[in-house]
Ligand binder design. Structure first.
Ligand code: ZN
Ligand code: ZN
Length: 426
């Protein structure tokens, strides 16, 4: 466990609101688990008045850049940022160097996160060797080593036959394939959404059909196989509708979106704002509203960060050359709360379940709960306090976010993993 915060064996959190039920409650923690009652006097009492307790959040999609790109982020800095964002587990995509396509890399990630002691890392193994899209990776060995899912995220798997084999093979080990949906023959060379803004800015566009076609393809492969598939970072209205219809047909498809797709549109890249350059690209207002509707009606099961740290030089350059992606671990819950919950679009309970229960089920993990006998994974958030997010204070190594300077509600003030403090606002 981390040495940054002292450990207290018996903790009493007094008069806090349970975010799932809305009830006022005391939470008792002993030996790292929630208990109905402490066996002795508490070593620490936390005054919870005005705060809301959430089960430890799980991010099902992040890039921690370790091994290989530690100048952007590493497992220590990434998990510290995750704890600050209220997460107690974060799933790490395999586009590292070496690619996480073998058991030793999976084990390295879990061990390094364990030593750092800020947040669990759930490694996602590559679908294909070297993420080259040609040959299936050692899915069985990786699953045995602790890989929670498989994905070539960062790139699509272009060959449908490989996707089919991967879905079947991963299912054999009770794991799901996470599909980054992008038809490269349509998307290649594009840097923002294809539409009015790309035309006005004179930039090559990525059409929404590049995403829709592969969402349709991969849900049909899942339907044909009778096996599950998970669709990453849905950004388009048609993509949401394809998944909605597939679910209605009984296809075992689950899907995620990210805060930037329900908060921003392609307008955010005007002025060649590289911080808003992301893949899939920010779309149109009608897409943003469709993503929100998809979250409301359950078509989109979960909200993930797609935390994608980059070095300053990889963003502070010509728009076409700038890397895709934005950091998101620290702003995810505050954006969910401010944009969706505070406005009445989503209940607090549904928002929490999309960041706890849904990712836990995807990875076949126990569902986090604020209940006696469960591991004391929680975050205390201040829903009533407005804070202007200042990325210069981020615990991530990276600074690439379009949300710095935005006033948000719901920042975590304390995060606890198995009873150990992993973040505390001082
Ligand atoms: Zn992706
Ligand atoms: Zn990603």
């Amino acid at each position: 466990m981390n040495n940054e915060y002292p450990f207290y064996n018996r903790v009493l959190i007094k008069e806090v609101i349970n975010g799932l039920t809305g009830e006022l409650t005391d939470l008792a923690v002993e030996d790292g688990v929630f208990v109905a009652e402490l066996t002795g006097e508490p070593d620490r009492v936390i005054e919870g008045a005005g705060l809301t307790a959430l089960p430890g959040l799980i991010d099902a999609h992040a890039h921690l850049r370790d091994p290989g790109f530690e100048y952007r982020e590493d497992i220590v800095s990434g998990t510290r940022a995750a704890a600050r964002g209220g997460f107690t587990a974060v799933a790490a995509m395999p586009n590292t160097i070496p690619v996480a396509d073998s058991a030793p890399v999976i084990r390295y990630m879990i061990e390094k996160a364990g030593q750092a002691g800020y947040c669990r890392v759930l490694p996602i193994g590559a679908v294909t060797k070297g993420q080259k899209g040609e040959e299936i990776a050692e899915i069985g060995f990786m699953a045995e080593a602790g890989a929670v899912a498989f994905s070539d995220d960062g790139k699509p798997v272009s060959a449908a036959g490989i996707v089919r084999t991967a879905i079947e093979y991963a299912s054999y080990f009770d794991r799901v394939v996470i599909s980054h949906c992008e038809d490269l023959s349509l998307a290649a060379g594009g840097v923002i959404n294809e539409g009015i803004v790309s035309t006005e800015m004179g930039l090559r566009g990525i059409p929404s059909i590049a995403e829709d076609i592969q969402i349709d393809r991969d849900t049909r492969i899942a339907e044909y196989s009778g096996l599950p598939v998970h669709i990453a970072h849905v950004s388009t209205a048609n993509g949401v509708e394809i998944i909605r219809q597939a679910k209605a047909r009984g296809v075992k498809v689950t899907a995620e979106t990210c805060p930037h797709y329900f908060t921003l549109t392609e307008e955010a890249v005007r002025g060649f704002h590289t911080m808003a350059k992301v893949n899939p690209p920010l779309r149109e207002e009608s897409d943003r509203l469709a993503v929100i509707e998809g979250l409301r009606d359950g078509t989109l099961d979960m909200i993930v960060t797609d935390h994608a740290p980059h070095h300053e030089d990889e963003k502070d350059c010509e728009f076409s050359l700038a890397n895709n992606g934005m950091i998101g671990l620290e702003t995810c819950f505050p954006l969910v709360y401010t944009v969706l919950v505070k406005t009445g679009l989503l209940s607090l309970r549904d928002a929490i379940l999309k960041m706890t229960e849904a990712p836990a089920r995807l990875f076949r993990l126990p569902v986090p709960a604020l209940a006696a006998g469960e591991p004391a994974d929680l975050t205390l958030v201040d829903l009533g306090r407005e804070i202007v997010y200042d990325v210069s204070e981020s615990l991530s190594k990276a600074r690439n976010t379009p949300f710095s300077g935005m006033a948000l509600y719901g920042f975590p003030v304390l995060t606890m993993m198995a009873g150990h403090t992993t973040w505390e606002q001082v």
